[in-house]
Write a protein that binds this ligand. Structure first.
Ligand code: SF4
Ligand code: F3S
Length: 92
């Protein structure tokens, strides 16, 4: 199992999530973040940090966003790690 970044992160990227991850498994894509499912330990720390509720345990991902489970697994290995907060894409 692993946690998954879903659609609300797209063109948003608040990055509050990355600073709490104890195993640094967030990866930064151009438009959104991804979680590397091979590294996530399901600690749930990131879930409460996301202001737009983009992060779910894989088995709890809403049906309309199921494609994001595979997307995170495919994209995470292609992206660089992100561990520090930065300015979001979304207007605040
Ligand atoms: Fe990191 Fe924990 Fe979130 Fe997994 S559940 S991405 S280990 S903070
Ligand atoms: Fe995205 Fe939420 Fe993290 S918007 S960058 S999953 S805090």
């Amino acid at each position: 199992m692993a946690h998954v970044v879903c659609k609300p992160c797209y063109e948003c990227k608040y990055t509050d999530c990355v600073v709490v991850c104890p195993v640094d498994c967030f990866r930064e894509g151009e438009k959104m973040l991804y979680i590397d499912p091979d590294e996530c330990i399901d600690c749930e720390a990131c879930v409460a940090e996301c202001p737009v509720e983009a992060i779910y345990l894989d088995e709890n991902v809403p049906k309309k966003w199921h494609e994001y489970i595979v997307l995170n697994a495919e994209m995470a290995p292609q992206c660089e790690p992100i561990t520090e907060k930065k300015d979001p894409l979304a207007e605040e």
